[in-house]
Design a protein. Structure first.
Length: 369
C-alpha cells in the first residue's frame, strides 16, 4: 500500500474498542480513524468524540460511507466471525479482538473469507509483542532450545463476583460462548502454540469452582504437541497467578513471564547426556542467563506495537505477526479442551472433526439452567 495514512474504523465501542482507539491515536502519522460504530449510540458517540471521528449505530453504514482500509472488530465474542467476514467481503483488512472465534469452524470460515478477498485477517493477541515473548521466539526459531520435551503454561486473572454481575452475558454460553477459556485464556493458549507448536491431543477438565456463573472459571489440561513433547496448562479467574511459561527443550530451558526471560543451557544436550553419561545420576552442566530486555510497557505498549506491525505489513506486502492462520491452532485447542471435559476427561485427538464442537455449543446455548 502507499505511504498515505491508512483509513481505520472501529466496530464495537466498549472497553476494547476504546483501547484500540487510544492505541491508534499514537499512530496518527500513519493512521486516520474515519469512524466508530456501535449498536449502543451513546458508546459510539463517546468513543468517537474522544478521537474526533464520526459515530455510527450501523457498522455497515460506516463501511458504505467511509470506505476504511482496515476495520477493528471489537464486538461481543459471538459476533466476531459474522462481522469480520462481512468486513472482509466488503474489501477491508480486519483486526479482530480475541477470541478470534468461539468455534474453530467459524475460524475456518473467517480464514476462507480473507483468502477469497485477498485481505489480511489479524487477531488482537498483543502478548506476541511483549519483549520477553519476542526474545523467546527468536531463541526458539534459532534452534537454541531444540526439540520441546515438556512445557507448563499458567495464567490466572482474578475476577470478582462484581465483574460477572456487571454484564449479564459474562460467563454464559448464550452471551459469551464460555468462561475463562474464551475470555482470559486466549492469550496464554496462543503463546503455548506460538512457542511450542500445534497440539495433537488433549485431556482436560473445566470446572466452575468459585463463581456463580454458568460456564467454567477454572481449566486444567494435559496436551501433547504435534512434534512430540507434552504440556500442562492451568487457567482461572478464581485466583491470581501471573503468566508463567516454562519450555524445556533438548538444548535449553526457557522460563518466561511478562517481565523476564531466563535461558538455562545444557552442556551437552539432554539427548547426548542420556546416551553418553556414565554417572547414572548426574544432570548435565547447566548455565543460566537472564536475557536483557527492553522494558515491558504494559498492554498499551503491546497494542501499539501490534497496530504498528499491521501498518508496516500492509505497506511492505508481508503477513502480520499475529495473522489469523497462525492463531487457528489455539482456537482448535480451546475447543478440544471443552470437548475433553464434556467427555469426562477423555482424550481428544486433533485436528478436530469440524461440526463436533458446533453441535456441543448449540446444545449449551440452548440449555436452560
Amino acid at each position: 500500500m502507499s505511504e498515505r495514512r491508512l483509513r481505520y474504523a472501529i466496530v464495537g465501542a466498549g472497553v476494547m474498542g476504546r483501547v484500540h482507539a487510544q492505541s491508534l491515536a499514537t499512530l496518527h502519522g500513519d493512521v486516520e480513524l474515519v469512524g466508530v460504530a456501535d449498536t449502543n449510540r451513546e458508546l459510539a458517540e463517546r468513543c468517537a468524540d474522544e478521537v474526533g471521528a464520526p459515530a455510527f449505530e450501523d457498522y455497515q453504514a460506516l463501511l458504505d460511507t467511509r470506505s476504511p482500509d482496515v476495520v477493528v472488530v471489537a464486538t461481543p465474542h459471538l459476533s466476531h466471525a459474522a462481522v469480520s467476514i462481512d468486513c472482509l467481503e466488503r474489501g477491508a483488512h480486519v483486526i479482530v479482538e480475541k477470541p478470534m472465534a468461539i468455534d474453530v469452524a467459524e475460524a475456518d470460515a473467517m480464514l476462507l473469507a480473507a483468502r477469497l478477498a485477498a485481505r489480511q485477517l489479524v487477531v488482537d493477541l498483543q502478548y506476541r509483542f511483549v519483549p520477553a515473548v519476542e526474545a523467546a521466539k527468536e531463541l526458539i526459531d534459532a534452534g537454541c532450545v531444540g526439540r520441546v520435551i515438556r512445557a507448563t503454561c499458567v495464567e490466572s486473572t482474578m475476577r470478582s463476583a462484581a465483574y460477572y454481575k456487571s454484564a449479564p452475558w459474562r460467563g454464559t454460553w448464550a452471551g459469551e460462548g464460555g468462561g475463562v477459556l474464551v475470555n482470559q485464556a486466549p492469550h496464554p493458549l496462543d503463546l503455548l502454540c506460538y512457542l511450542g507448536g500445534p497440539a495433537s491431543r488433549v485431556v482436560a477438565w473445566t470446572e466452575t469452582i468459585s463463581h456463580a456463573i454458568e460456564c467454567e472459571d477454572t481449566v486444567v489440561a494435559q496436551v501433547m504437541f504435534e512434534a512430540g513433547g507434552v504440556a500442562q496448562l492451568a487457567f482461572s479467574t478464581a485466583e491470581p497467578t501471573p503468566l508463567r511459561i516454562e519450555l524445556i527443550g533438548d538444548r535449553a530451558k526457557l522460563e518466561l513471564t511478562l517481565d523476564s526471560l531466563t535461558i538455562t543451557e545444557w552442556s551437552p544436550s539432554l539427548r547426548r547426556h542420556i546416551e553418553d553419561d556414565r554417572t547414572m545420576y548426574e544432570p548435565p552442566e547447566a548455565r543460566s542467563v537472564t536475557i536483557d530486555l527492553r522494558p515491558y510497557g504494559g498492554e498499551g505498549a503491546a497494542h501499539h506495537d501490534l497496530h504498528r506491525d499491521v501498518v508496516a505489513a500492509l505497506r511492505e506486502g508481508r503477513v502480520p505477526r499475529a495473522d489469523a492462520a497462525s492463531v487457528l491452532p489455539s482456537v482448535e485447542l480451546a475447543n478440544a479442551i471443552v470437548l475433553s471435559s464434556e467427555r469426562g476427561g477423555a482424550c481428544v485427538e486433533l485436528p478436530l472433526e469440524r461440526g463436533e464442537f458446533t453441535e456441543l455449543l448449540a446444545a449449551k446455548r440452548g440449555a436452560v439452567r
